[in-house]
Design a protein around this ligand. Structure first.
Ligand SMILES: [Zn+2]
Length: 285
């Protein structure tokens, strides 16, 4: 938080503060969202897998390139913490920070989930969202943020001196270890900053602190994505439940989430997975 300044305000402070805003990463040179293509892919798609993520646990699903997956709310309002890995190379994984720099603090239909350097390519495209009506509320809150990293036992221990084992970080670590037959020590460094599915978050107007409020998600709501590459999808049903009061504890009611995987029956034409980033990696040498 910014403390009150102790230095004198310069005479031209007003002019300095009034400099125009410049978008850091304009995305208008990227290919536009091709809604007709994705609507065509969705038409006639067949459900081939449905993976349940129990409350305060994690789980994984394989989603082949060109398939669609949904994260579905069932039973009650529940927030999910989402990780994505290239199923064939776990070192390529979702890059929350750069996705935020490109698409903003909260994701919606048409946004892509970008992977880490050096591949830096779309891993998934968001093609459906039943909470798209929510927009931004009066507090500046919205759903599906890429700002909140994930709840984790280290920050919890730092702030409360507690040992809690069902934060999303730990849930994702166990789920990845189980999926790839790894030890927890092998899996943990591969767990990364998330997209907070269904979570309603923002920054307070006054102090710009990260806040959460009860998610507007209800059973039957879903977010839908097209897998641009072969994906291992990791999801944790956050111990915060709807995140309307607290997380990192067993206090609030939690519900399961479901990952549904769909195979397209439509012809994808000449679609193919995006190539890795074309930067030559010489770094000036
Ligand atoms: Zn969590």
């Amino acid at each position: 938080m910014k403390p009150n300044g102790t230095n004198p305000i310069p005479a031209d402070a007003r002019a300095r503060r009034a400099e125009p805003v410049v978008i850091c990463y304009p995305t208008d040179t990227l290919p536009p969202f091709d809604r007709a293509f994705y609507d065509g892919v969705r038409e006639g798609m067949e459900l081939i897998d449905a993976v349940t993520v129990p409350p305060r646990q994690g789980n994984t699903a394989h989603v082949p390139a060109g398939h669609i997956f949904r994260i579905v709310s069932v039973d009650g309002p529940q927030v999910g913490d989402l990780n994505l890995w290239n199923a064939n190379d776990l070192s390529e994984r979702f890059y929350s920070g750069k996705t935020r720099a490109l698409h903003g603090t909260h994701l919606g239909v048409g946004d892509k989930m970008w992977s880490t350097f050096p591949s830096m390519r779309p891993m998934a495209t968001i093609i459906g969202d039943t909470l798209d009506w929510y927009g931004f509320d009066a507090d500046g809150g919205s759903v599906h943020d890429v700002i909140g990293t994930r709840c984790d036992p280290y920050t919890n221990n730092l702030l409360t001196d507690d040992q809690y084992h069902h934060c999303c970080h730990s849930n994702l670590t166990r789920a990845l270890a189980d999926a790839k037959d790894m030890t927890l020590q092998q899996a943990e460094p591969l767990v990364h900053d998330v997209m907070n599915v269904f979570m309603c978050t923002g920054f307070t107007h006054k102090t710009h602190q990260y806040f959460m409020k009860a998610s507007p998600v209800r059973p039957g709501d879903y977010i839908e994505m097209f897998a641009e590459i072969d994906l291992l999808v990791g999801l944790s049903a956050c111990p915060g439940g709807d995140c309307g009061s607290e997380h990192s504890s067993d206090v609030v009611t939690c519900y399961p989430l479901v990952i549904e995987v769909y195979k397209p029956t439509a012809d994808l034409g000449d679609w193919q997975s995006p190539a890795p980033n074309k930067y030559d990696r010489s770094h000036g040498r």
